[in-house]
Design a protein around this ligand. Structure first.
Ligand code: ASP
Length: 607
């Protein structure tokens, strides 16, 4: 037997037991004739004591860090107890040992605070994975996985695998493709998600499906995106939006309970996409804190009935506001006390290229009831007060104002709000706030191609009340500058996103399940009938054989784990991640292939 116990198992109750452990040498400390060795495995660390006789054997067979060691001996009570580890009350008096394997000196220390940089740790990821910090993340990932599976199983969901070598599934990204040797010149695509398969499973009658599954998207990698990532992918038949929201609220609550022991009892808020965009500047608002955006001015072409404060800022002779397409404000609690220097820094912050604003205006709502502003040359104190109040400022707060092109200003304001939330400590790591964002637009306008694209994916249904709008109107956009006035711009989708602390953790929709409507959708996206048949004939065909009403959702598993683990990086929660350029630096992939392989595939590399 290699071992009787693990390195995390022995307690004072085991005193005087004869035991055998096996693990990796963490540290070696020599004190004269005695040597202490910390032996580590997945479960913990146990202190081994090599007394005089064995110590001399150690001279002949010296140990090193990360050697694989088997040691037998007696459990003793320590005189010098270590309260910081569970095995800290005991140690093993070694009576025999065997070096099972040597180790080269590891390129970084296998400790919580390692001296290894990111690249080095990724190159030697198998060593990095020995570190406690990484191991805890993988344990959390497994706990989320187990919790989700248990919940879904209890609710009659069936895990059904779907293929990886498929035909394109559009989810808005580029496909990874795989050449087929047996079908020269033809390619498989790797699934961007199992979307069409899970819908086909509904047609087949498997009315509750799930899979914890890899998805592949060849996107330009923004920080913290992985070309392959994992989803908790689900689909249900005979459901409406409300059924899905309920089912998956409970899933997330269950995961909170199982993994973090959090009873999430708050009612999960719901917000329309439109409100999210106007009040928070993005479609995944962090609602752990308020500071919602007040739109003081918006382009005349944009309709939003909760934003009309133009009268407050117009006609004051302030050319910046007068000439801007839009003006937006937030009230920052306690901000009246910001120093000149702080405000200068904030101004520099909004001027950075990533934010792209020309400047920052402010109004201090002072404790003494006065209003002081960077724009008081143009606005009377009374008007400043009215603007500050419209933004929600109370005494002691500051109203920060940005002006410029609508989209840019909205984005900038959203970033400024998040930054202020961060600076004021309002985005607390251990506070979790869930939100549903609903009523997304069905279509998005693609300027370069002057056509509509699906905002979620082409299988998402319009709101039932707007199906007619889609059917009776021609999708062609004749007046590109005024695309917002096209009836399609107003059509809302039966789609929903779940947001956690400002991150989209899941999204889905109620699907189209009638052939005619699906065909209309493909046509709306500019696909010819032939193209639609070529790409999605299988799905259109399936819809002719009794497709039930259905809908679903997919959660970003890696991101969910990273948020629950209190980390910004999803890589920390993936055993073998890619770096920011999509490389696996351990394997050195992607890499070239042999000419013989290229020949077999009938491929020639250009250039
Ligand atoms: N397939 C979708 C996605 O990957 C999720 C869904 O609509 O269920 O985002």
């Amino acid at each position: 037997m290699f071992r009787t116990h693990t390195c995390g198992e022995l307690r004072i109750d085991h005193k005087d037991n004869q035991v055998t452990l096996a693990g990796w040498v963490q540290t070696i400390r020599k004190f004269g004739a005695i040597t202490f060795v910390d032996l580590r495995d997945r479960y913990g660390i146990t202190q081994l004591v090599f007394n005089e006789i064995l110590n001399t054997q150690l001279d002949d067979q010296p140990l090193g860090r990360e050697f694989v060691l088997q040691a037998s001996g007696k459990v003793l009570e320590r005189t010098n107890k270590n309260q910081t580890i569970p095995t800290g009350e005991i140690e093993i008096e070694v009576t025999g040992f065997k070096i099972l394997n040597k180790s080269a000196t590891p390129p970084f220390t296998i400790q919580d605070d390692t001296d290894g940089g990111d690249d080095l740790r990724m190159k030697f990821r198998y060593l990095d994975l020995r570190r406690n910090a990484v191991k805890r993340n993988l344990e959390l990932r497994y706990a989320v996985n187990r919790s989700a599976r248990n919940y879904l199983h209890e609710n009659a969901f069936m895990d059904i695998e779907t293929p990886f070598l498929i035909k394109s599934t559009p989810e808005g990204a580029r496909d990874f493709v795989v050449p087929s040797r047996m079908n020269t010149g033809q390619f498989y695509a790797l699934p961007q998600s199992p979307q069409t398969f899970k819908q086909l499973l509904m047609v087949s009658g498997y009315d509750r499906y799930y899979q914890i599954v890899k998805c592949f998207r060849d996107e330009d990698l923004r920080a913290d995106r992985q070309p392959e990532f994992t989803q908790i992918d689900c689909e249900m038949s005979f459901v409406e939006q409300e059924d899905i929201l309920k089912m998956f609220e409970e899933l997330i609550k269950r995961i909170f309970k199982d993994v973090k022991n959090i009873d999430y009892t708050d009612i999960i808020e719901r917000m329309t996409w439109e409100d999210a965009m106007w009040q928070y500047g993005n479609d995944k608002p962090d609602i752990r804190f308020g500071m919602s955006i007040c739109t003081l001015k918006k382009p005349a072409t944009v309709f939003y009935d909760k934003a009309d404060h133009a009268a407050l800022i117009n006609d004051a002779g302030f050319v910046v506001f007068d000439s801007a397409e839009s003006v937006m404000a937030i009230a920052v609690p306690g901000g009246a006390a910001f120093t000149r220097k702080q405000l200068d820094e904030l101004t520099e912050w909004v001027k950075r290229p990533q934010i792209g604003m020309k400047g920052l205006a402010y109004i201090r709502a002072n404790e003494d009831g006065s209003y002081k502003s960077s724009i008081d040359k143009f606005y009377s104190e009374e008007r400043l007060k009215a603007i500050a109040e419209a933004s929600g400022a109370q005494k002691g707060d500051i109203t920060l104002i940005l002006a410029g092109a609508e989209e840019r200003t909205r984005k900038a304001m959203s970033e400024l709000r998040l930054e202020m939330g961060k600076q004021l400590g309002l985005r607390k790591e251990h506070e979790f706030k869930l939100l549903w964002v609903l009523d997304f637009p069905l279509f998005e306008y693609a300027e370069e191609e002057n056509r509509w694209v699906a905002r979620h994916h082409p299988f998402t249904s319009p709101k039932p009340s707007q199906i007619q709008t889609m059917i009776v109107n021609d999708p062609v956009i004749h007046d590109a500058a005024n695309y917002l006035s096209h009836p399609y711009a107003q059509i809302k989708a039966n789609a929903y996103d779940m947001v956690l602390n400002g991150n989209e953790i899941g999204g889905g929709s109620i699907r189209i399940y009638q052939r005619e409507l699906q065909e209309k959708m493909f046509a709306a996206l500019g696909m010819s009938q032939d193209e639609a048949l070529h790409k999605f004939g299988f799905l259109l065909g399936a819809f002719e054989y009794g497709a039930p009403p259905h809908g679903g959702i997919a959660f970003g598993f890696d991101r969910l784990c990273s948020i629950l683990g209190g980390s910004e990086s999803i890589r920390d929660f993936i055993a073998f991640p890619k770096n920011n350029s999509g490389r696996d630096v351990m394997l050195d992939a992607p890499s070239t292939i042999d000419n013989s392989q290229l020949d077999e595939l009938a491929l020639i590399i250009k250039g």
